[in-house]
Design a protein. Structure first.
Length: 271
């Protein structure tokens, strides 16, 4: 399914979980399952973890996948609008958003479009900068290759060592299996479109001081893409941000869902 929602009653505050690239909503399932074991969370929040536009298992989610033509661009604003439209459909004036990596880029766009509706903002293993010309060019090359091969499978091996903590490669077999299935089975056209969108995303680094929303900046202690030092600086630039470091790398929610869910729960209980 492209959209999972627990407890859709209007009295509950939606918490949207935005996945990274080139993943799907599957990356959040272990974290959400643990959060739902917490009575406070269960009674106050609706946990929603959609697949972003064009993302999803090309077999399992075939009926739910958006029609994304080859060569398309899905911008971070497009993905932000997807979340906002869902909040509208739930008649929710306020909501919380949690995004990892690419999902974090979406978080900046959501804040930019509707800051008064954000009760809380959680950004994980991400940054607020635009791509450098070199990084943007590499994303465009990746998009072209994904479409040429009509598969995301090569990305699973190419990205592996940058996404997991070294120890996780031997101690987290279930996380590795989920990761490979997510990436290899993902929709090539949707992944390519989002890669192009990331390449042209806005730079929010100079605007972090404007974000008055209560925020949590969370990341894995062994993340080599969004290092603890870079996340420390990100949190320090936001007036109402707190910082949490958990075990693992860039995919800490898969590697260590217990610790990750605990940090999320602590933040949600203080909103």
């Amino acid at each position: 399914m492209s959209h999972d929602c627990f407890h859709p009653e209007s009295a509950l505050i939606p918490v949207f979980f935005g996945h990274g690239f080139p993943f799907t909503s599957e990356m959040w399932k272990d974290v959400v399952a643990r959060l739902l074991n917490d009575d406070y969370i269960l009674n106050h929040y609706a946990l929603i973890f959609p697949n972003f536009i064009g993302f999803g298992d090309i077999v399992k989610d075939a009926e739910d996948l958006s029609d994304v033509p080859a060569g398309s661009v899905t911008t971070m604003t497009d993905l932000a609008d997807q979340i906002i439209r869902t909040a509208d459909a739930l008649y929710s004036s306020k909501f919380v958003y949690c995004g990892l990596s690419m999902g974090g880029y979406v978080g900046w766009e959501i804040w930019n479009r509707c800051p008064d509706r954000l009760l809380g903002l959680i950004v994980s293993d991400t940054n607020a900068k635009a791509d450098s010309p070199e990084a943007a060019a590499k994303r465009l090359q990746t998009a072209d290759q994904v479409e040429k091969e009509d598969s995301c499978a090569f990305l699973a091996d190419a990205m592996l060592n940058n996404l997991f903590a070294p120890e996780s490669l031997s101690t987290c077999p279930d996380a590795l299996e989920t990761y490979r299935k997510m990436v290899s089975g993902n929709n090539p056209k949707g992944v390519a479109a989002a890669a192009r969108g990331m390449a042209q995303r806005k730079d929010y680094s100079a605007r972090l001081g404007e974000i008055q929303t209560s925020a949590l900046v969370i990341g894995g202690k062994d993340d080599v893409l969004s290092t603890p030092e870079s996340l420390d600086a990100l949190a320090a630039a936001m007036p109402n941000a707190v910082r949490a470091t958990v075990p693992g790398g860039h995919l800490a929610p898969l590697e260590h869902p217990d610790e990750y869910a605990s940090a999320i729960a602590d933040f949600l209980k203080k909103l």
